[in-house]
Design a protein around this ligand. Structure first.
Ligand code: GRF
Length: 198
């Protein structure tokens, strides 16, 4: 742990069930990650993550992409919300949208994503299904810096997950999730420590 740094001010972008959001909140509460979640931004009104934010008493902001013409307009609204909450690290945890330089330029080297494969294998949608279809015996998850090209920024941390003969997409994704919850809080701290030394 690096308590010589002030707590990282995280803004989470998520729109799924929010298990990674909850894992990060739990790591902070357990003092395994020196950070605060300042806000959650989600883009799907029915996303389970909104309930998780309520449970953790973290302000949640719905920015529905259907209400924005261009990707840049949505990213501009994200940037303004993050800035209003004085966020300094943007953490994508199940944010299924491509982000543009509008957001990336506002948070240089401070946007992270988690992806359910060992990148550079199986980028893009349905990464778990892709791994099963390819017949590989090991897959996993990757935390990486976000760059304009999808799922291709510098890697911060990875965890491997073996594929079992009877795995379905659901059983495999469940085991990948377990590893995601372990590595994401660690990767956030690692990326922040590396940046503070630059
Ligand atoms: C995770 O598997 C993550 O790798 C991918 O989306 C999923 C989000 O899961 N980008 P959750 O909403 O955090 O449970």
């Amino acid at each position: 742990m690096h308590y010589d740094m002030s707590p990282l001010r995280l803004g989470i972008l998520a729109s799924g069930t929010g298990s990674n959001f909850a894992a990060i909140a739990q790591a902070i509460s357990d003092k395994n990650l020196n950070a605060q979640i300042k806000t959650l931004i989600y883009n799907n009104p029915n996303a389970g993550v909104a309930r998780k934010a309520e449970q953790w008493k973290i302000p949640a902001v719905l920015l529905n992409h259907h209400q924005f013409g261009r990707r840049e307009d949505l990213d501009h609204a994200i940037m303004e919300t993050m800035t209003a909450y004085q966020v300094d690290w943007v953490i994508m945890a199940g944010w299924m949208r491509c982000v543009t330089s509008v957001l990336l330029d506002a948070f240089p080297q401070r946007v992270l994503n988690i992806h359910p494969s060992l990148l550079p294998s199986f980028p893009g949608l349905h990464a778990v299904k892709q791994a099963l279809a390819a017949g590989v015996t090991i897959t996993g998850c990757t935390v990486h810096h976000v760059v304009p090209a999808v799922d291709s920024g510098p890697i911060v941390m990875q965890a491997a997950v073996p594929i079992m003969p009877n795995d379905t997409e659901a059983t495999l994704h469940e085991r990948i999730h377990v590893q995601e919850h372990i590595i994401y809080p660690r990767a956030i701290m690692l990326a922040a420590t590396a940046l503070s030394r630059n």
